[in-house]
Design a protein around this ligand. Structure first.
Ligand code: 4AD
Ligand code: MG
Length: 430
């Protein structure tokens, strides 16, 4: 029998269809069962009326338990009271797989319990909304670069190179050597940019962050574009245009999901170019005015980032941080050698840094000295230095963390709900 998906029932009004899904919830009286059935594309109320079905169908419905998988046959009819606009008048039900003592009931559970049951929690309506938005964000990210002539240039996950410092590396034996799980595809992507002009990568990245915050995961997904002949200013233009595109696509395509999450969409609609741009020096002044005692030279923590972003109603680009608090590969500002030609984008509403990037050091000698200065081993970086020996050009790019962007767009307190199976300091399971 042909299966109809709940998202398509509107096209079958008045017809008899077969749905395949799971029992989400049930209400019963002596004569009626109201089954909430979900199939992943939506939820529909299925009405089993004692007078209209065989006694064994009514009996079967009365014993159905939460999350049992079922095949339901019935007639699609309009129902103004349901959010879907339709319900199903049931004629037959088959039990496919029973579910006994489903651990997640409609009542409230603590987050730790829900995370222990993440493999089941992802079936609930809020998690559905978040995962669909994540899927939309990922799709928008790819689409943006695909439509602008970038080549998808996948970077390796196992690497001998530390891109973002040596304190957050996950090590793994690699036959007779030691490999790390990649912290960022950037270094390899620079090779891609010098080969293709415009390249991007999109994949999981890993950081052994010994901090338990609402913004940090050990495994997160990053989209990273890299462009040859690009400077910091053009890099900021690209970051701004890209973020506007991604946010507005979600607003346009995922309004139902944003409504389930009760997100204030007006705030997202404000995410339009131009975004404010301030230099690190100005950010420090702002912080001093707000009573922070931060010294020039220090990187910003979560509190500082929130204080800065609170001054704006859209993301803010903070550029030219002190080189000493940033990664080895950054190019120094020719106007002030203490500064790096870098940029962080801070999301509004306290979501913190969503993008980090900038212009890369393109001079062989300077880069070799930086590698030494940062105490990094030279041998694994020989190939990376080569890029400065064979036709080096100014180039720039950035990385955007998908989970932080999804948390911001969805208005979530913590990044743990933005990825199907979060990896955190105290959580490797399920
Ligand atoms: O600022 P980061 O460390 O920049 C880089 O890795 C560059 N190599 C990227 C590039 O220029 N191609 O990280 C980029 C972004 C951050 O702005 C943040 O959104 C996210 O990655 N991020 C994390 N997200 C979740 N959990 C963590 N532990 C994260 N660390 C960084
Ligand atoms: Mg950063």
């Amino acid at each position: 029998m042909e299966q109809t998906y709940i998202e398509d029932v509107a096209r079958h009004e008045g017809e008899e269809v077969t749905l395949r899904g799971w029992l989400y919830n049930k209400r019963s009286s002596g004569k009626l069962h109201f089954l909430q059935v979900r199939d992943g594309t939506g939820t529909i109320q299925c009405v089993v009326f004692k007078k209209e079905v065989d006694p064994e169908v009514f009996e079967r419905a009365s014993h159905l338990t939460q999350e049992s998988s079922i095949e339901v046959r019935g007639t699609v009819r309009a129902d103004e009271r349901s959010p879907l606009g339709f319900e199903l008048g049931v004629t037959a039900i088959e039990l496919v797989g029973e579910s006994t003592d489903y651990p997640i009931s409609p009542k409230d559970h603590g987050v730790a319990f829900l995370l222990d049951n993440r493999h089941l929690w992802v079936r609930s309506s809020r998690q559905h909304a978040i995962m669909r938005i994540r899927s939309e964000v990922s799709h928008a990210c790819r689409r943006y670069f695909d439509e602008r002539g970038f080549v998808l240039f996948d970077s390796p996950i196992l690497t001998p190179n530390a891109c973002e410092g040596t304190t957050t590396l996950f090590e793994t034996p690699y036959f007779d050597e030691t490999a790390y799980l990649t912290q960022s595809g950037q270094l390899y992507l620079e090779a891609g940019a010098l080969a293709f002009g415009k390249a991007y990568c999109f994949g999981p990245t890993f950081r052994a962050e010994k901090s338990k915050t609402r913004r940090h995961l050990m495994e997160f997904w990053m989209i990273e574009p890299e462009v040859a002949y690009m400077d910091l200013e053009a890099d900021m233009d690209m970051a701004e245009d890209f973020v506007e595109y991604v946010v507005q696509r979600v607003v346009a395509n995922r309004s139902a999901e944003l409504a389930i999450l009760e997100r204030d969409v007006a705030r997202l609609q404000k995410v339009k170019k131009p975004f404010p741009r301030i230099a690190y020096d100005e950010a420090i002044e702002m912080l001093h005015d707000k009573g922070f005692e931060i010294e020039w030279g220090a990187d910003f923590g979560a509190e500082e980032e929130t204080a800065i972003s609170d001054a704006f109603d859209r993301p803010v680009l903070v550029h030219r941080y002190p080189a000493a608090c940033k990664a080895f590969y950054m190019k120094n500002d020719p106007e002030d050698a203490r500064l790096a030609l870098c940029v962080d984008m801070l999301a509004p509403e306290g979501y913190g840094e969503i993008i980090g990037g900038g212009q890369r050091e393109d001079d062989w000698q300077t880069l070799r000295d930086k590698i030494r200065h940062h105490g990094l081993p030279e041998e694994p970086f020989a190939w990376y230095l080569d890029l400065r020996r064979y036709g080096s050009v100014p180039h720039a790019g950035f990385g955007m963390g998908i989970e932080r962007v999804v948390a911001w767009i969805c208005g979530l307190h913590h990044v743990r709900e933005t990825i199907p199976f979060p990896r955190m300091l105290d959580r490797l399971r399920p």
